[in-house]
Every structure is written in structure tokens, then in C-alpha cells.
Design a protein around this ligand. Structure first.
Ligand SMILES: *Cc1c(COP(=O)(O)O)cnc(C)c1O
Length: 450
């Protein structure tokens, strides 16, 4: 009987991150400022630490992981690679299914892999406080944990509706010493503007981003931190794929297909990019980003320059986008709601080097329940997207008799998302395809860049 878990020793935590830019056939498209000219690294210094700005533009293949960061990683890393033997048997598939369990981090997802690194580089620069936004609370928790580990204060603007509906993520952030403010708030000009128009606003990620960027830009001792999308965040997440490669080597197997849920792209990049290095060297491996049909950025969005936020305050990035004013439908409970995607993932998708697929909401929860009943772990709704795609592929293998090796990133556990599971069991969730008219309409509102 094969092992159910393939585990590494602490000293096998990678000592370098992998930078996919070194193996991309074309250099990344430039990021543009408000005047349409490429931005320079020094324009980012009011918001970000010098260490992460260097990484944002680096073309080096390997970037050393500071010893202080590896020391914190040791609290939960290396994460186990599991073989889903019970799921395989239940599906009756000849495929071998593996998953990396990022739910073992203290915050319950992959996000601390970057939060810890970002807190470290800000500490190096003498920054006293980090400010960020959070929707459901995953990224805010990760940064609260990381700030506590390095003695940096953390302030989180939490979208008001989540602040009210998900009080336990807030309690968790406060346990790690972070301050949490419901957004829109009266503490910033951006928040006050929104409240003047709509005193009962339930908030949005876009508003919370505007509030946190404003605080970081107006305080010298305060920087901003982002939990996905940017190159340095994907870089930090490559510890996932690098560990997985060592784990596959131990069992003498190698994935034919790799799946990860995709919102801003950090966990997809984190698990898939280290394998892209092999693909670039000629090995055959398919890398599949999985997104919701209600927010189909890579599968149906436009590949164009767009803002990262609703207010249009960020630089312009070339990426797959549904338009920066995209509003996720209220019926959607599965996360992954960002209108855009990582520039690196977008470019590789545009060049047909990585793939994407979209799955319907009900299928994702059905898949999560099947998984929980076989493997035990209750997955985060985001992770359920990858599980749904893996189950379809495993059933396809059953028809064709192919014994493929399928691998996915279980990006987090779902212990704070049981209300979404409740809604699924109560029959309150629906499938929703984002309308074609809305996708076309967004095109006309994209910023004009020539
Ligand atoms: C944030 C999050 C995601 C989406 O992450 P990206 O890396 O931005 O695509 C997926 N799963 C979980 C559990 C998350 O918390």
C-alpha cells in the first residue's frame, strides 16, 4: 500500500524561491503609470519594502529565502503531500491523485507563505506598521500572524459585510494582535467619501484597498501589503511547488496535470511555477488554473491593461480582466472574486503555456463534500474549485483507462466557511454564469493605452 502522506524534514524547507520570469519565453509586459509610461521601482517605495520591490522586478532564477523567514516557516512547513487513496477508490479511477495541504498553516491557508516574507522585508526597512485590506479574512489573518512574529503592528480594513457576518476571522486577527476596522470607515478620506454618499454601505474589496493605500501613503512608518497578484507574492508561494517536487521524487512519481484554484493567482503560481521550469526544459506537464464561472477572468476576460482597484488608483497592468468595476454576483459563496489576475499567470496563459478552466458553484461544493467524506479534511470553498476539476479529470481517466498522475493544491481548510456549506446544504446556492453582455460592456470601460 502506498503512503498516504509524504513528509519532509524541516531542514528540507527550500532555501531559495523560484522566479518563473527567468524561464518565460518573453519578458513580462511593463507596468504602466498614470501617464502611460512604464513605472520605475522607486515609484513603489512609499508603499512597499525595498526587498520586495527588488523581487518584483527581478529576473534572477533563484532568490535566497532569508534564514529568519525559514525559521517562521518551520512552525508548519514543510506541508505534507497527501495521496488521496480513499478518493481514488471512491471514484473508481485508475488515476493517482495527490494534494499538497496548505491548510496546515496557523492561518489555515497558503497565504502566510508570503505574509511572513513581506513582514520580514518591512522589518528590515524599519517599518513599524503594515496596513492591508481583507475580504473574507484569509489574507488579513495571514498578515496579522506574520506581523506578530516580527513585532510589526498590523492594521486591517475588513469589508464591512464580512466584518459583521464573519466575526471569528476578526477575533483571530485580534488574537494575533492586529487592529481590525470595518470598511468603509470614517478614518480615511476614501472611506468618508463613500459614507457621505451611502452611510449604510456594506463595503467592497476595492474600497478597502483605497483606504489601506491611503493610510500607507500618508504615514512614513507605515507600508502596504498585498496578498496575491503581484510578482513577489507568487515568488514567495513557490515554496509549495518546490517542496512538492522533492516529495514526488521520494515516491518516484511526477504529475501529468496540476490544478489550483485561481483568484489573484498566487497559490496557482506557487504550486505550478516550479514545475513550469521542467516544462520549459521540455518535460510534459499541464498546469491548470481553476476559476468560478461567476468570475471567469482567465477563461472569458480580456487580455488588456487595467487597474488593480475599483477607484483606479493603482498602476496599470496587462492582465486578463473583467473590468476593474466588476461586481461579483451576491449569490456567489466560493471566493476567488478578483476582477483581474496576476500579470505572470496572464501572460503565460496568453502564450498558451498554462491552461484555465471554469467550474460552476454547485459542482464545487459537491466536490468539496465528496472530498471531505473520503479524505476527512473540509476544504475551503476556493480549494473546492480545484477538487471539482480533479474529480472530472479522474472520471475521464476512468472512461479512457488512463492512469494519469493528478496533483492539486489544497489551498486551505474551510473551518471558517461553514456558513457557505450551510447555504449549500439548504439549497440556497445556485449556478451562475457571468453574462456575456457584461463582459463586452467592461471592454468599453477599460483605460485607453496605446
Ligand atoms: C486567497 C485564497 C485563494 C485564492 O488565492 P490566490 O492565490 O489569490 O489565487 C484560494 N484558496 C484560499 C483558501 C485562499 O485563502
Amino acid at each position: 500500500m502506498p503512503d498516504k502522506k509524504i513528509v519532509l524534514d524541516e531542514h528540507e524547507i527550500p532555501d531559495h524561491w523560484y522566479n518563473v520570469v527567468a524561464d518565460m519565453p518573453n519578458s513580462p509586459e511593463p507596468v504602466l503609470g498614470p501617464d502611460g509610461n512604464p513605472i520605475t521601482p522607486d515609484m513603489l517605495t512609499p508603499l512597499f519594502a525595498s526587498g520586495v520591490i527588488e523581487q518584483e522586478v527581478s529576473t534572477e532564477r533563484w532568490i535566497p529565502i532569508p534564514e529568519e523567514v525559514r525559521e517562521i516557516y518551520r512552525l508548519w512547513r514543510p506541508s505534507p503531500l497527501h495521496r488521496a487513496l480513499r478518493l481514488e477508490a471512491a471514484l473508481g479511477t485508475p488515476a493517482r491523485i495527490y494534494y499538497k495541504n496548505e491548510g496546515v498553516s496557523p492561518a489555515g491557508s497558503h497565504k502566510p507563505n508570503s505574509a511572513v516574507a513581506q513582514a520580514y522585508y518591512n522589518k528590515q526597512d524599519g517599518i513599524k506598521r503594515l496596513v492591508t485590506e481583507t475580504g473574507a479574512g484569509q489574507w488579513g489573518s495571514a498578515l496579522a500572524l506574520a506581523g506578530q512574529m516580527f513585532g510589526i503592528e498590523v492594521l486591517v480594513y475588513m469589508v464591512r459585510i464580512s466584518y459583521e457576518q464573519k466575526p471569528f476571522r476578526r477575533s483571530m486577527m485580534e488574537t494575533w494582535g492586529a487592529g481590525v476596522v470595518a470598511s468603509p470607515s470614517d478614518q480615511t478620506q476614501a472611506g468618508r467619501n463613500v459614507l457621505a454618499e451611502d452611510p449604510t454601505s456594506s463595503g467592497s474589496l476595492g474600497i478597502a484597498i483605497s483606504e489601506s493605500v491611503e493610510v500607507a501613503a500618508t504615514h512614513d512608518d507605515t507600508n502596504y501589503a498585498l496578498g496575491s497578484v503581484l510578482n513577489h507574492v507568487l515568488l514567495h508561494q513557490t515554496v509549495i511547488g518546490l517542496e512538492a517536487k522533492k516529495q514526488f521524487a521520494i515516491v518516484g512519481d511526477y504529475p501529468d496535470m496540476i490544478f489550483a484554484p485561481c483568484g489573484g493567482g498566487s497559490n496557482f503560481g506557487g504550486v505550478a511555477f516550479p514545475f513550469f521550469a521542467d516544462k520549459a526544459a521540455g518535460k510534459s506537464v499541464r498546469l491548470v488554473a481553476v476559476e468560478p464561472t461567476s468570475c471567469p477572468t482567465l477563461t472569458r476576460g480580456h487580455y488588456a491593461y487595467d487597474f488593480g482597484d475599483v477607484a483606479g488608483m493603482t498602476p496599470l497592468t496587462k492582465m486578463y480582466t473583467l473590468g476593474h468595476d466588476f461586481m461579483p454576483p451576491g449569490i456567489h459563496a466560493g471566493g476567488l472574486r478578483y476582477h483581474g489576475d496576476s500579470a505572470l499567470v496572464s501572460q503565460l496563459h496568453h502564450e498558451q503555456l498554462v491552461e484555465a478552466c471554469a467550474v460552476n458553484q454547485l459542482e464545487t461544493f459537491e466536490a468539496g463534500v465528496i472530498f471531505a467524506r473520503q479524505e476527512g479534511i473540509v476544504p475551503a470553498p476556493e480549494s473546492n474549485h480545484a477538487i471539482a476539476a480533479v474529480i472530472s479529470e479522474a472520471l475521464r481517466c476512468k472512461e479512457t483507462g488512463e492512469a494519469k498522475t493528478l496533483f492539486f493544491n489544497l489551498s486551505g481548510h474551510g473551518h471558517f466557511d461553514m456558513a457557505a456549506y450551510d447555504r449549500f446544504f439548504a439549497g440556497e446556492l445556485e449556478d451562475y454564469e457571468y453574462p456575456e453582455e457584461d463582459i463586452n460592456a467592461a471592454l468599453s470601460r477599460l483605460p485607453q493605452v496605446d
